[in-house]
Design a protein around this ligand. Structure first.
Ligand SMILES: [Zn+2]
Length: 465
């Protein structure tokens, strides 16, 4: 039987769903800047859960949102001199790229907050009507003093919360722990009309409203990084209880652990965040996915490049081991290892340890048993979203090549045509004695696996490395 850690009770619980339809909501990104590794981990570990629930024959309805309006998005778009929309669309595409390369199942819905303004306003109206919210000069706020069950998820005390809350100067709320449901817009900021004045929604109300609009008032699993427990998820609970006091909002709260870079929690202020898509391009999506499989989803996970290299070589061994066999569950032993580990709060490192033990001892097996083991292992990994196909990262798609050459205003038709135009452009630079730019061009084309060799008498030559 499946057991998972429920953050609300802070204990491992038997998952009792009593029905075949399962509703899962995962807090997705605020699309203000490129995805980092932590976004990848959260997407992948809950993708393991979605796939496992499907394997257990649940009809999974999975929603992951996009926060496309937020203070930070507005700030960043001002810095870049573009609209908040342009920024949100550009960054969303980077997330799409990552999700696709990491082979995460596409959610049934991927709602964007700005598409749900009407629902958000009506949710806030309910909170005002139920006397859980009040209006000031700067916006509409949730009145925490009305909600007795606040902080039951995080287990924090009100004093801790108050001392940790940064009150913006312009906020004229009644108490520091109250939070904004609607913020009136300042000059030049994007806004929507509301009964209280032009403005935009607060972050927390977006998720509560989208959950209600798409999945209803009660969902089975609410997932996210454990950095969202406070204040985001506490505030979501406060909102749902304020609006619908008699209904259960979430049955199981699931939170993934953070990544550590050289033992330190990765955070933006440390400046040690590497971009997710840079690692995906360097190592491939499956390698990153395998790296996330190696740690239990709730544990903090150590990250460095050597660990990625290790994942790459282990994954390659696995690909070699299962090469040429069908994907089919034929071994009871593999089935038991898989189910027992996954049922134990998705204990994927335990599963890997046991499966690799079988692989290491497999040279004593007869041909049939060996083939059954290979097929079964392939089945398990396929199920967890690994194709086990060798990926040559140097094989660039036409789309990637088109994108590369476009940077040099070259229309890509085929490799020969594009490279010879590229060489001509570089030749022009050298004629102008701009050797620095010419060298940069040579370095950049190396990134798509093509090395240029400079001038012999016969001119220029290139080879696909
Ligand atoms: Zn959320």
């Amino acid at each position: 039987m499946l057991k998972l850690h429920n953050s609300y009770s802070n204990s491992i619980e038997k998952i009792d769903l009593n029905k075949r339809e399962v509703k899962i909501y995962l807090c997705g990104p605020t699309v203000q800047s490129s995805p980092h590794l932590g976004h990848g981990r959260s997407a992948v570990v809950f993708d393991f859960l979605v796939r496992y629930l499907k394997y257990l024959k649940y009809n999974v309805i999975f929603v992951r949102n996009i926060t496309d309006i937020d203070d930070k998005i507005i700030e960043k778009s001002f810095e870049e001199g573009i609209s908040y929309k342009e920024l949100a669309i550009r960054v969303s595409k980077e997330f799409d790229y990552a999700y696709q390369k990491l082979n995460c199942i596409k959610p049934h819905k991927e709602p964007r907050a700005t598409e749900f303004i009407k629902e958000i306003i009506s949710y806030i109206e309910t909170l005002i009507k139920n006397e859980y919210a009040y209006i000031t000069k700067s916006g509409v706020y949730y009145d925490i003093s009305k909600f007795d069950e606040y902080l039951l998820l995080s287990g924090r005390t009100k004093n801790e919360v108050i001392s940790g809350t940064r009150v913006e100067l312009e906020e004229d709320k009644n108490a520091p722990e109250d939070f904004a449901l609607w913020k009136f817009s300042k000059e030049n900021e994007p806004y929507w009309e509301s009964p209280w004045g032009n403005g935009r929604p607060g972050w927390h109300i977006e998720c509560s409203s989208m959950i209600e609009a798409i999945l209803g008032r009660t969902i089975d699993f609410h997932c996210g990084g454990n950095d969202l427990i406070f204040p985001h998820h506490e505030n979501e609970i406060a909102q749902s209880k304020g609006a619908y006091p008699k209904e259960q909002f979430v049955k199981y709260w699931l939170h993934n652990g953070m990544l550590n870079l050289s033992g330190k929690k990765m955070s933006k202020s440390d400046g040690n965040i590497k971009l997710l898509n840079e690692y995906i391009d360097e190592f491939s999506g499956p390698v990153l996915r395998f790296f996330f499989l190696k740690s239990q989803y709730r544990s903090p996970q150590e990250f460095n490049v050597n660990l990625l290299k290790e994942s790459e070589s282990t994954l390659n061994n696995l690909i070699d081991f299962t090469y040429g066999v069908d994907s089919e569950l034929k071994s009871k032993e593999v089935l038991d290892i898989f189910e027992d580990s996954m049922n134990e709060d998705l204990n994927t490192p335990k599963m890997l340890g046991s499966l690799f033990k079988l692989i290491n001892e497999s040279d004593t097996l007869n041909e049939q048993k060996l083939s059954e083991l290979k097929s079964s292992i392939k089945f398990v990994f396929n199920l967890l979203g690994f194709d086990l196909i060798k990926v040559d990262n140097n094989q660039k798609t036409d789309e990637e090549l088109t994108k590369f050459f476009k940077k040099y205003e070259i229309k890509f038709e085929n490799v020969n045509q594009a490279v010879s135009e590229f060489i001509n452009k570089r030749e022009d630079l050298r004629k102008q004695k701009d050797f620095e730019s010419a060298d940069k061009m040579r370095e950049s084309i190396l990134g798509i696996g093509i090395s240029l060799e400079d001038g012999t008498d016969s001119g220029w030559s290139w080879k696909n490395s």
